[in-house]
Design a protein around this ligand. Structure first.
Ligand SMILES: Nc1ncnc2c1ncn2[C@@H]1O[C@H](COP(=O)(O)OP(=O)(O)OP(=O)(O)O)[C@@H](O)[C@H]1O
Length: 254
């Protein structure tokens, strides 16, 4: 469902994503994990055709994202990082608008299903700007799954949701992949990955330093948090040395 080869994205000197290879099969609930600034959002932006890679290839849903970014966005359900629905539309108008873009014939039932699922039917006529942050996230979630995409890509799916809604969303995501869907999420919350993901990738400083299942022999018998911290802090020591050297160079007399 997702095939990435040699994918890189640089912003000036910063290698946000560095030579990543990744394959995600249909039916996976894949979690991309990594500390802040490790390249998760940049990966998602490339997968969804929001930004172009510096180099590499990427296929999503069998489509080359570089050749056909519009088609990819039409097929795939996406929740970008920190995205909120347009302030000037009501919640219902926004879902109808998305349904039109998704070329859905009759969206009334699908929209109502989501208002009920997230328990905010009483606010469907409110302007999005007047909704709470959590409710805006619910709406973003609804728009991504409205057309029941085969693949959904979600940056931090549980952000701003209360524990009751988090549980609902986690159950929904697990059910979705059991029903044949594929989901790619990014998160820096390890607990979420442990609870719901069928496979994970760990990205650190743009490099994919691990991919596999949570029950892989490499992890088995070890606490996943320790495994994760080992992977990223081992590299942190290296980078700390580099930073120290740079600081010495900068402070050295000319
Ligand atoms: N538009 C941009 N211009 C310059 N640098 C950028 C840009 N977008 C991201 N970066 C840099 O690329 C690196 C990766 O950022 P990215 O947002 O992908 O990380 P992340 O893993 O999603 O972080 P977080 O968990 O904090 O959201 C960071 O060093 C960031 O500062």
């Amino acid at each position: 469902m997702i095939e990435v080869r040699g994918l890189s994205k640089s912003y000036g000197q910063t290698k946000a994503v560095d030579n990543v290879d990744l394959s995600i099969k249909k039916g996976e609930l894949f979690g991309l994990l990594g500390p802040n600034g490790s390249g998760k959002t940049t990966m998602i932006k490339m997968l969804t055709g929001q930004i172009k890679p510096t180099s590499g290839t990427l296929k999503v849903h069998g489509l080359d994202v570089l050749d056909d970014p519009l088609k990819v966005r039409e097929l795939v359900g996406v929740i970008p990082e920190q995205e909120t629905p347009p302030s000037f539309l009501t919640a219902e108008e926004y879902l109808h608008f998305v349904a039109k873009i998704r070329k859905m014939e009759d969206c009334e039932e699908a929209c109502n299903k989501w208002f009920e699922f997230f328990d905010f039917a009483d606010q469907k006529n409110s302007l999005c700007k007047d909704l709470s942050r959590g409710t805006r996230q619910k709406l973003m979630f609804a728009q991504a799954f409205l057309h029941e995409p085969e693949l959904a890509i979600i940056d931090e799916p549980l952000i701003n949701l209360d524990p009751v809604m988090q549980k609902k969303v986690k159950d929904f995501l697990q059910g979705y992949v059991k029903g044949g869907g594929t989901i790619f999420i990014s998160t820096h919350i390890l607990e979420i990955a442990k609870q719901i993901c069928t496979s994970v990738g760990i990205i650190y400083r743009g490099k994919l330093v691990y991919t596999g299942r949570l029950n892989d022999p490499e992890i088995q018998g070890r606490n996943f948090e320790d495994f994760f911290l080992d992977l990223v802090s081992r590299r942190k020591e290296i980078s700390t040395d580099i930073l120290k050297k740079r600081a010495e160079e900068i402070s050295a007399p000319a």
